[in-house]
Design a protein around this ligand. Structure first.
Ligand SMILES: *Cc1c(COP(=O)(O)O)cnc(C)c1O
Length: 418
């Protein structure tokens, strides 16, 4: 569900013609729909209305501060994985008491900053991290609220790169060590165990892995409360999938109902960390056709966006729907849509049926709102694309296009090489 539609033969984002934006800011450009983000958040939130819950939007999915701020207005908290994301969340006005901090490699500096900020909870991913958290808390004279991220050994049946809750995965703490770790933590007055946590992966399109993970967490929760722990938060992470091509992910209500059914007896606030499901289908990457060419085997459309702008096809073999910005009734052909980068993995689609495109025309790469701009780089010294947020008939530049000067500004040549 999103608000990118053709009207009179051209693609609009809400009430703004995509071509109007291109005219002003050029290509490649990311365009997000505020109405779509708001709708997704509200549907998600309402799905959980029957149960005590807190939604902590996963900032890494799309971390533009305008987007975080928009979600904060709707009541969202934040799931962060770095000091950079913490600062973004704070700048966007998120209440620290709605921030959870995940990630396998938090540095002591990041832990200290988050402790001083008085965030809601650290989702701790190793026994050593828990020790460091205790030491830093002691030095600062604070009690560190934490949950252990449990590795529940559940197969989310998604791409291996976005599976995070399998035994072989680097994430979380194996179930068999968890109870012992909580018991040890209880002896340290600077550590405050307040929850349990899991996050099993991303782009998950069935309910059962979530229910399995919740079942594991519930067992741990019950064991811990039996031992006298006073827990408050059960954090089930994110991971709900979206439609890129022809997936059939559960509706938020179906997902919520399964969780509510399994979790309602616990006296817990359920924390959810959705990312992709909120922003994924709320963004597109618009690109211009530079050239077309063919050889005996293939036809290529070469566009001005590259894998540095959107890496998902190269990285995860991800499918993104691609449509012309101006509707066409030309014949279809089977083409590869490729970028300008000097890598064979620099493609957006292979053997895709698309209307015949000409140089100077525009394509929209759909479902690029999550893990799109945030994963972009400057490879090949390409300035990053701007980000535009459309709201109704208005659009805002929420991140300007980088310039080549921006890239060079961070570098210096030592005198001896001048
Ligand atoms: C990435 C991540 C999320 C969000 O995942 P989505 O699939 O985008 O919903 C939530 N929690 C943690 C800990 C993550 O690493």
């Amino acid at each position: 569900m999103h608000y990118f539609e053709y009207k009179n033969g051209e693609l609009y984002c809400e009430e703004v013609p995509v071509k109007k934006i291109i005219k002003e800011v050029g290509t490649p450009v990311y365009i997000y729909s505020a109405k779509t983000i708001k709708r997704h958040f509200k549907v998600f939130r309402e799905s959980f209305s029957k149960i005590d819950h807190l939604i902590c939007y996963s900032v890494k999915a799309n971390s533009n501060i305008a987007i975080i701020s928009l979600l904060r207005q709707l009541g969202s908290g934040a799931d962060i994985v770095s000091a950079g994301e913490l600062k973004r969340a704070l700048k966007a006005g998120i209440d620290p008491k709605k921030i959870v901090f995940s990630g396998v490699g938090k540095t002591p500096e990041e832990i200290e900053l988050a402790l001083q900020t008085d965030i809601l909870m650290f989702n701790v991913e190793s026994i050593e991290e828990l020790e460091i958290l205790g030491e830093i808390a002691k030095r600062l004279g604070k009690r560190a609220p934490f949950a252990l991220r449990v590795n529940p050994d559940v197969d989310p049946q998604t791409h291996p790169y976005i599976s995070t809750g399998l035994k072989k995965s680097k994430f979380g703490i194996p179930e068999e060590f968890v109870i012992e770790a909580y018991k040890n933590a209880k002896k340290n007055p600077y550590l405050n165990p307040i929850g349990v946590d899991a996050h099993i992966g991303s782009q998950i399109t069935s309910i059962s892995p979530f229910v399995d993970a919740l079942f594991r967490l519930k067992k741990i929760w019950e064991e811990l409360t039996g031992l006298g722990f006073e827990l408050k938060y059960l954090d089930l992470g994110g991971g709900l999938g979206i439609v890129y091509e022809n997936e059939e992910p559960p509706l938020p209500q179906e997902y919520a109902d399964a969780i509510i059914k399994e979790g309602k007896d616990l006296k817990a606030t359920i924390i959810l960390e959705p990312g992709r499901v909120i922003v994924g289908n709320a963004g597109i990457l618009v690109t211009k056709v530079l050239y077309t060419k063919e050889n005996i085997l293939k036809k290529f459309v070469i566009v001005d966006a590259g894998m540095n702008d959107l890496i998902r096809p190269a990285f995860y073999q991800a499918y993104h729907k691609i449509v012309p910005v101006e509707e066409k009734n030309t014949e279809y052909e089977v083409i590869d849509v490729v970028g300008p980068i000097c890598e064979s993995s620099d493609f957006f689609a292979k053997k895709r049926k698309l209307p015949k495109m000409k140089s100077g025309e525009y394509l929209a790469i759909m479902s690029a709102g999550a893990y799109g701009f945030v994963m972009s780089s400057n490879y090949n010294s390409r300035p990053r694309a701007p980000e535009i947020l459309v709201d109704g008939d208005t659009y805002y530049v929420i991140r300007r296009r980088e310039t080549i000067e921006d890239l060079l500004a961070l570098e210096t040549i030592p005198a001896k090489y001048l």
